[in-house]
Design a protein around this ligand. Sequence first.
Ligand code: FPP
Ligand code: MG
Length: 294
Amino acid sequence: MSWIREGELTIIERFCANIIKAGPMPKHVAFIMDGNRRYAQKCHVERQEGHSQGFDKLAQTLRWCLNLGIREVTVYAFSIENFKRSKEEVDGLMDLARQKFSRLLEEQCFLNVCFAYTSRHEISNAVREMAWGVEQGLLEPSDVSESLLDKCLYTNNSPDPDLLIRTSGEVRLSDFLLWQTSHSCLVFQSVLWPEYSFWNLCEAILRFQMNYSALQKARDSYMEERRRQQMERDQAYVTKKLQQEGFASHGDSRRRRTLLQKCTATREERIQGFLQALEHKRADFFERLCTVSA
Ligand code: FPP
Ligand code: MG
């Protein structure tokens, strides 16, 4: 029996889903699933039961996302901070993860689970990787840029989330996807995660739709600025090169154009080489990790 594919929307839910789908839809949604323990307390059940129901809610939410045509979901399942909780609770969450996550991930090609994760750790790791690239002679210091940092994050294969939802009334990001959500629509909802409903999801999507054009505009102008900065860096490099060759910095426009093209192509080549080396380094790390824990 599948946890994801079983169960359809009711007629009224389907009707509303179709109306919502007529507007711009988020392609990637991130969730901070908060409020499991408050839910357990409210319902007078064990803490572990709150987490277990939280997990079931995740499976149900993925089903709704699938029905709404949302192609990618990322969830904050366990932060590095969560290790500070009691041993009993951490062990319980790990058991739950072992029992349930592998199956959920088998069924779900569109789910990313952030486990033992914090965003600042991810960003500082990406910076260390770029420093390693420079140290190894794979990168020039001038190759370090925001767009390269994007590619060094764990999320490099995914587009940034369009919409981030946090439940339980907390209005902070708690170190989740800080880099990736600078142009996302952030929606904070007071409902406790195990009580999350299809209608809560629709409300969050409506808020995304209401802010869609402002979000798009901000994202486009950021990308434009990023391109401009890269062009400026390349121009500065070419000016320096021309001066080294004894040309006046503004002189010989054909030589300048050729150098600019060469500079862009060699930078792209260096970055590709670095990213491949990084992929091998990460694959080796995971292989060693699996050998140690086997
Ligand atoms: C936050 O509620 C939830 C978590 C720390 C775990 C989130 C994960 C799930 C819901 C899915 C199942 C997860 C695993 C790891 C199998 P909280 O515990 O912070 O509750 P509170 O905010 O009411 O204290
Ligand atoms: Mg919490």
